[in-house]
Design a binder for this molecule. Structure first.
Ligand code: SF4
Length: 245
């Protein structure tokens, strides 16, 4: 018998209570840097250390574009003054271009939505986190989310990776083949802006350059609960994060 089944019988249900209750188990989220009231030389030094331009000095001190953070931790380690760090995991936000208002998901989608996962040039990290959504701890089936291999049956397209040139047309065709209403969730820094790979001669600047994106999930990679939050936001079952930084 599977060890998971044996363990389940011995210890009881281990599935997370999220989104009914917040999940506070240790190690669920690597967190994200947050806007910090730091100024002067220290602030300039921290901004210069960020390899992706996620940090800038603004009205509130060091301001963070969390979409661009790749979790390199250069603003946390080996510095005199660290950037503040927030440990929550509800990171998904709705894009300005989202079609959610003129193309609403009906009530039926609250009970069942089929998801097409597209690897558009992922290194494996984000895809691995997506894979966890099907394990007994996250168990996305209990929320009505099911995977489908065909765009014809998909309500939500979940895209990871920076969208390589070879994947651009395939992504567009898959999007066009999906019935309406439909949503696109881009997960991970590469899917949001190209990450450390793009724009370059092999890939562009993320999913939005190929298809319209409704929900963005920052992180490099985002933890499973952040991706789950993104799916819940896309299906209209959860509020998006209020800001990104
Ligand atoms: S952890 Fe994020 S914000 Fe900090 S330096 Fe690295 S990429 Fe920049």
């Amino acid at each position: 018998m599977s060890q998971w089944v044996v363990k389940g019988l011995r210890t009881g249900v281990k599935t997370t209570n999220y989104p009914r209750l917040p999940d506070t188990a240790p190690g669920l989220s690597c967190g994200l840097p947050a806007t910090t009231d730091l100024r002067g030389e220290h602030a300039q030094a921290l901004v210069a250390r960020c390899p992706t331009g996620a940090l800038s000095v603004g009205r509130r001190g060091i301001e963070v574009d969390q979409r661009r953070c790749i979790h390199c931790l250069r603003c946390r380690r080996g510095v005199n003054q660290q950037l503040a760090w927030e440990a929550r995991y509800e990171w998904a936000r709705v894009t300005d271009k989202s079609n959610r208002h003129d193309n609403r998901f009906g009530a039926a989608f609250r009970r069942s939505a089929h998801i097409l996962v597209v690897d558009a040039g992922d290194c494996g990290a984000c895809l691995n986190e997506v894979k966890q959504l099907n394990n007994p701890y996250y168990n996305m089936h209990r929320l009505g989310f099911f995977l489908t291999p065909t765009p014809r049956h998909a309500d939500v397209m979940l895209v990871v990776g920076a969208v390589t040139e070879h994947m651009r047309l395939a992504l567009r065709k898959a999007y066009d083949a999906m019935p309406t209403p439909k949503r696109v969730v881009a997960a991970g820094a590469c899917a949001l802006f190209g990450g450390v790979f793009g724009p370059s001669f092999t890939c562009g600047g993320g999913v939005a350059q190929a298809v319209p994106v409704d929900v963005e999930v920052p992180g490099n990679p985002p933890p499973p609960l952040a991706i789950l939050h993104g799916l819940l936001v896309a299906a209209g079952q959860r509020q998006p994060a209020s800001s990104c930084g």
